[in-house]
Design a protein around this ligand. Structure first.
Ligand code: PXP
Length: 238
C-alpha cells in the first residue's frame, strides 16, 4: 500500500503573509493539492502566526475532502483552536514559541502528565493524536503509555545523513518503526523529506502510513509546478 502524502502548506501562507493580501490564496492551494492527488493537508500554526493563521484553520477544515492534520505545541491557545476546528489528526510537537522549525521530538517521560491529559482531551473530541518523536525504539512504549494513536518520526537527521550513508541514516527509523508496529501505534514521518530521500525511506521503514512534507515540495513546485510536483512525490511514496 502506498504511503499517504500530506502536503504541509505553511510556506504558502508565509508568502501570502509577506504582502498582507490574499495571494496566493491558501484555501485554493489546499483544494488544488487535493485535486492533484494529495492524501491530506497539514498546517502548523505558530504563536506569531507567521505561517498559517489561527483564522485559516476553520476555512481549511471546511474545504477539506481528504485528511486535515494540525501540528503544534499544545498551548492553551493552540488546543482551543484545535478542539473547535476538530481536524482528523492533531500532531503534538514540542517546539517552543519563536523557534524557526521543529527540530526534535518529545521527551515523553518528562512531559508525561501534560501529554496524557492533552491526548485524552483531544481524543474525547474524536481527534486522532500523533506525537512528534525521535526515531528511538525505546521511546515508542512511552508514546503508547500516554495514549497516543500514532507517532511521527522526526526525519531531519535522516535527511542530513542520507547522502553519506543511507543505510545507517535509516537504521534507527527501521528499529523505531518495528517497535511502533508491535505496540499498535500508527506510524507517520516528516521533516526535510524530499524527492531524493523519500522513496528509500518509504521502502525501508515498516508500516509507514503517512509522510507530511512542506519545504522541499513547495520549493520543487517553483520549478515543476504544483500538480507535477505532487505527482512526483506520490510516485516516491509508492
Ligand atoms: N512535521 C513537523 C512536526 C513539522 O514541524 C514540519 C515542518 O513544519 C514538517 C513535518 C514538515 O517538514 P518540511 O517542511 O521540512 O517538509
Amino acid at each position: 500500500m502506498a504511503v499517504k502524502l500530506s502536503v504541509n502548506i505553511n510556506k504558502v501562507a508565509l508568502i501570502r503573509n509577506s504582502r498582507g493580501g490574499n495571494l496566493p490564496n491558501l484555501k485554493q492551494v489546499a483544494i488544488d493539492c487535493e485535486e492533484f492527488g494529495a492524501d491530506g493537508i497539514t498546517v502548523h500554526p505558530r504563536p506569531d502566526e507567521r505561517h498559517v493563521r489561527y483564522s485559516d484553520l476553520p476555512v481549511l477544515k471546511e474545504c477539506n475532502t481528504t485528511e486535515f492534520n494540525i501540528e503544534g505545541y499544545p498551548s492553551e491557545q493552540f488546543l482551543n483552536h484545535v478542539k473547535t476546528v476538530k481536524p482528523h489528526q492533531c500532531t503534538l510537537v514540542p517546539d517552543p514559541p519563536g523557534v524557526l522549525t521543529s527540530s526534535e521530538g518529545w521527551d515523553v517521560l518528562r512531559h508525561k502528565e501534560l501529554l496524557s491529559r492533552v491526548i485524552a482531551s483531544l481524543q474525547d473530541d474524536g481527534i486522532r493524536v500523533s506525537l512528534f518523536m525521535e526515531p528511538d525504539a525505546k521511546q515508542m512504549s512511552y508514546a503508547k503509555e500516554v495514549g497516543a494513536d500514532r507517532v511521527e518520526l522526526y526525519t531531519g537527521r535522516y535527511a542530513d545523513n542520507y547522502h553519506d550513508d543511507r543505510e545507517l541514516a535509516v537504521a534507527e527509523h527501521v528499529g523505531a518503526g518495528r517497535e511502533a508496529n508491535l505496540l499498535g501505534l500508527g506510524l507517520n514521518a516528516g521533516h526535510d523529506l524530499n524527492l531524493d530521500n523519500l522513496a528509500y525511506y518509504c521502502q525501508q521503514v515498516p508500516g509507514l502510513l503517512e509522510v507530511s512534507i512542506g519545504h522541499a515540495l513547495i520549493t520543487d513546485s517553483l520549478y515543476y509546478g504544483l500538480q507535477n510536483t505532487i505527482m512526483m512525490y506520490l510516485q516516491k511514496c509508492k
